[in-house]
Design a binder for this molecule. Structure first.
Ligand code: NIG
Ligand code: FE
Length: 414
């Protein structure tokens, strides 16, 4: 097992002693730091770290951080990066005043993406998704959840999930796969919604679970998409196959999505742009992780989730990109942190915990990812020589990333 030593680190940002913990409330603003430090990696695992004066003398490979910061790679717990094409035409329509919901009602939006995806081969989808994945790895992402949901037929949903399986096999990023057959009701089922839901439950789910193609099952529980009782049916059926729940909830309206997510022991409830006190209170007594998506609010020009209030009331949140062609065509986590700070009024340390350790927990990777801890995966970002995490977020237009290591190996070099 080769050892790698990173020396002359300006500061290690995001240290945690094991077992590492999900950060809630005031703890979200705490980021443990060691200045003037080294990290030792054995194989793909962090084996030691500390201040430079205690640095080991030997290692097979030595990387000089040249006073850059070292942080854990980002853990992006919500994306849809397997899609056929961008939807820049709809973007321009929205800029001219047509709403996201109007576009969706006319068969645009998710249905537009599904029509395009239907025509693409698995290989073509794999190639474009692999490129997107490499792009976000270059921006520091080391673990990522990827959803299906632009298929909306058995054949196309399986095609997407097989693409995700190939990404898992071939990428050095850690990947979780989510089945989102209930992303929208296809046009041909508009008059018989239950028929589509039955297809999801009785045809898609058994095949997805039978082939081990997904870790989670998600539903878009919102106004104009799936109702609370439809979501409940689907998530309960998924649980019978051992698929835990995640849920898109309360993006467009107070939908009851948070409550049905919690009732189904969802790992996370995501979006939350339209939540009130009742939902916040319900989350206080649940293990379900509220996940906010600031670049979706930015791009759709809708309310931000009340992340500041949620943290002030003691909740811990994960922050994810939602990288997809309709509501967030960006997987850029450094930019996402700037949006979370500026638009949601978080401070950089809270944004950092949202996209690292809390994001890891939102993919059930909290024990192996999301912090600099002995025994965790050596998924690390080395920055250029910048003064601090605050500066990293503040100077939002610059690329501060110098190197990214996944599983202990450098995968990019800026
Ligand atoms: O998370 N809200 C539902 N699904 C995706 C976007 C869907 C789309 O517009 O393509 C989201 O925002
Ligand atoms: Fe999404």
């Amino acid at each position: 097992m080769p050892s790698t030593l990173i020396k002359n680190i300006g500061a290690i940002i995001g240290v945690q002693s094991k077992p590492s913990s999900f950060k809630k409330g005031a703890a979200m603003s705490v980021v443990e730091t060691i200045e003037n430090a080294y990290i030792l990696i054995e194989g793909d695992t962090i084996s030691a770290f500390g201040s430079m004066e205690n640095m080991p003398e030997r290692a097979d490979i030595i990387i000089d951080a040249e006073a850059g910061l070292v942080m854990p790679c980002w853990c992006d717990s919500h994306t849809h990066i397997v899609f056929a094409e961008g939807r820049e035409g709809e973007y321009v329509d929205r800029l001219k005043g047509v709403s996201y919901e109007e576009i969706a009602k006319k068969g645009g939006g998710i249905l537009n993406s599904a029509n395009k995806l239907h025509l693409k081969s698995e290989d073509a989808l794999y190639e474009s998704a692999f490129n997107r994945l490499n792009e976000v790895i270059g921006m520091g992402t080391g673990a990522i959840e990827i959803k299906s949901g632009y298929g909306l037929s058995t054949e196309s949903e399986l095609k997407i999930l097989k693409v995700i399986r190939r990404l898992k096999e071939n990428s050095s990023a850690t990947i979780k796969s989510t089945f989102l057959g209930a992303h929208a009701i296809p046009m041909q089922y508009k008059e018989d919604r239950q028929k589509y839901i039955d297809l999801v439950i009785h045809e898609m789910l058994p095949l997805v679970a039978g082939e081990g193609l997904a870790d989670y099952c998600d539903v878009f529980c919102d106004k104009g998409f799936f109702t609370v009782s439809e979501s409940d049916q689907i998530l309960k059926s998924a649980a019978k196959y051992g698929l835990k729940a995640k849920i898109h909830a309360n993006e467009l309206a107070i939908s009851g999505g948070v409550q049905v997510g919690i009732a189904n022991n969802a790992i996370s409830v995501d979006h939350l742009e339209a939540i009130g006190q009742e939902e916040i209170d319900a989350l206080k007594y649940a293990d379900t992780i509220p996940t906010v998506l600031p670049s979706c609010s930015f791009f759709l020009h809708i309310h931000d989730a009340p992340a500041r209030r949620m943290i002030d009331e003691g909740l811990g949140i994960a922050i994810a990109t939602d990288y997809n062609p309709g509501s967030s065509p960006s997987g850029n986590i450094p930019l996402l942190m700037a949006l979370a700070c500026n638009n949601m009024r978080l401070i950089p340390s809270e944004a950092f915990n949202g996209v690292t350790i809390n994001g890891a927990f939102a993919m059930e990777l909290g024990e192996s990812h999301g912090s600099i801890s002995i025994g965790k995966k050596a998924n690390l970002i080395i920055t250029k020589a910048i003064p601090s995490l605050d500066y990293f977020v503040y100077a939002f237009g610059s690329n501060h990333i110098h190197k990214v290591l996944l599983n202990g190996k450098v995968v990019n070099n800026a």
